[in-house]
Design a protein around this ligand. Structure first.
Ligand SMILES: *Cc1c(COP(=O)(O)O)cnc(C)c1O
Length: 400
């Protein structure tokens, strides 16, 4: 395989199309799909050298695979760090990024506004292995300071958060964590690898669900852990991944590579559509409140725009009359689909209180700002006028 030399000067859009390409002797234009679990050796000596580490080569696809490696190299270049490991899903990435570095007796501090499964990992799974966790209001720097005044191994957060799009001050929290000797793990899914680069704010580790905007077409699960920390990579992450096996399938890695080629176009249009939808909803008397970091009315708008280059592709809003009205709204949508997925080309709407956050108690949902009338929209690539018409019609139909 011939490695194309990475070019430092490439802009994101170019990296997304060209970075990480490794051509086989067939000189293909499109990244090849190496659908193989194993690799053969020319001699017994060659196999011995591969296993001793004397010869760098592929030995087994649970460890590494050429197509998976192209995906990893492309995403690492986009984030400007040296190391990326692909995983079977976003949750596999989150769990590996945390579990590989934590030991019984350690303590994790996390923002409480987390994706549902991430909240479960931090609040339920890690404590079952003797790892204490504390969930705090991620918007409150005083709460981070207080929580980090006691020993902590690790900080975990997402920004913007699902589904209320709360913002955490990345530079400030990374600084506090570093001073406290805690590693930061940032779930950057809602921001996408184009709108926010947590490493530039001091993050140690970034995780993605590639299922969302990276594939972007609702086809495949996938995830990734990124870092520039060689010690973390060599002594914690890689041994954990190799031996527990949440490997990314070569086929899915290939879909993700193809997804990345159109990502800049998709994210640009989806952010524009989301901004227009947010303004439409904010101007509607039928809507109680709109949550979108790109709107000046978002209480953390300035912070958001200081660390993101656009407002993102998700818009959340509250209808005044609770679950019944939210359900009438969802059921009246004709173009937009009801789905809990996000980052797709298709605009998707969900009712967090009865789907993604159903497991929480009403009190826990209230603490997170999730109301019975809250609806989350993942805005896609349809023509903005078709989205506007569908939303206006459904808002009208949902009136009392
Ligand atoms: C979807 C998502 C995950 C989990 O990713 P999967 O690919 O579904 O496993 C984690 N964090 C956030 C913020 C997500 O949106």
């Amino acid at each position: 395989m011939k490695d194309e030399s990475p070019r430092e000067s490439w802009r994101d859009a170019t990296k997304l199309v060209r970075e990480g390409m490794s051509r086989s002797p067939f000189s293909e234009t499109s990244e090849a799909l190496f659908m193989t679990s194993g690799y053969v050796y020319g001699s017994a000596e060659e196999a011995e050298e591969a296993f001793s580490g004397a010869r760098q080569r592929f030995v087994y696809s649970r460890y590494a695979n050429p197509t998976v490696q192209m995906f990893e190299n492309r995403l690492a270049a986009l984030e400007g760090v040296r190391f990326c490991k692909g995983t079977a899903s976003g949750m596999a990435a989150v769990f590996a990024a945390l579990a590989c570095q934590l030991r019984a007796g350690d303590r994790v501090v996390a923002s409480r506004a987390l994706f549902g499964s991430c909240q479960y990992v931090v609040a339920e799974i890690l404590p079952a292995f003797g790892i204490a966790s504390e969930l705090i209001d991620g918007r409150d720097l005083g709460a981070w300071e207080a929580a980090l005044s006691r020993p902590a191994a690790c900080v975990f957060l997402e920004t913007p958060s699902n589904p209320m799009l709360e913002i955490v001050d990345l530079a400030a929290v990374c600084r506090l964590a570093r001073a406290a000797g805690a590693r930061t793990v940032i779930d950057n899914v809602f921001a996408t690898p184009l709108l926010q680069h947590p490493f530039t704010f001091g993050a140690d580790i970034v995780v993605y669900s590639a299922t969302k905007h990276i594939d972007g077409q609702g086809r495949s699960l996938g995830g990734a852990v990124l870092t520039d920390d060689q010690d973390y990579l060599d002594n914690q992450l890689v041994p954990f991944l190799r031996n527990t096996g949440p490997a990314l399938s070569p086929f899915n890695a290939w879909l993700l590579l193809k997804g990345m080629e159109t990502m800049e176009l998709r994210i640009t249009r989806q952010c524009a559509n989301a901004g227009a939808v947010a303004e439409q909803l904010a101007a509607s008397a039928a809507v109680k409140q709109v949550h979108y970091p790109g709107l000046v009315s978002h209480p953390q708008h300035d912070l958001a725009m200081g660390q993101m280059t656009a407002g993102g592709t998700v818009v959340t809003f509250d209808l005044p009359d609770g679950k019944a009205q939210a359900f009438r709204f969802l059921n009246a949508l004709a173009t937009i689909d009801i789905s809990n997925n996000l980052g797709d080309t298709k605009t998707l709407a969900t009712h967090p209180a009865t789907t993604t956050h159903q497991r929480l108690t009403p009190e826990e949902r209230a603490t997170l700002g999730i109301r019975d009338g809250t609806v989350r929209l993942s805005v896609g690539l349809e023509h903005i006028d078709d989205l506007r018409e569908d939303l206006a019609r459904a808002l009208l139909a949902a009136r009392n």
